[in-house]
Write a protein that binds this ligand. Structure first.
Ligand code: ZN
Length: 131
């Protein structure tokens, strides 16, 4: 959906973030300063973790497309995706047109999906690298 398609004049998230630089490590938007070179990382910590992982990748002879992560980080990611998938499935059932959902139902459904999605977008998964 584009900005023009919205009746309230607001932009959707994907439109609002289009063209913004994402952090090469955590993929959050990077706030650019008005001077200097464009930033590639949102923080010094992300720059450092990216550097460390590149060093470790080189030590292990991994290609650019391969990555070693902890089982805990992978399990956490899988859990968060599973929780979001369950919320989507719940909402699809709750808002089935045959049930004639009310505005309150839509509101509750949105809150439920947002609650499941927030950990994926707000809480960093890979904040550390084992040495
Ligand atoms: Zn970052």
């Amino acid at each position: 959906m584009t900005k023009e398609n919205r009746t309230d004049g607001t932009e959707r998230g994907t439109d609002r973030h289009r063209g913004r630089q994402q952090c090469l490590w955590c993929h959050l938007p990077v706030i650019q300063s008005s001077t200097g070179r464009p930033r590639k990382y949102c923080s010094q910590a992300c720059r450092q973790w990216d550097w460390v992982t590149r060093q470790r990748s080189a030590e292990l002879s991994l290609s650019e497309k391969e990555l070693v992560i902890t089982r805990d980080a992978l399990d956490t990611l899988k859990d968060r995706i599973y929780e979001l998938a369950c919320a989507v499935e719940d909402v699809e059932g709750d808002l089935e047109p045959g049930l004639d959902p009310t505005l309150r139902d839509y509101r509750k459904a949105l809150e439920w999906v947002l609650e499941a999605a927030r950990p994926l977008v707000r809480e960093p998964l890979f904040t550390g690298v084992r040495r």
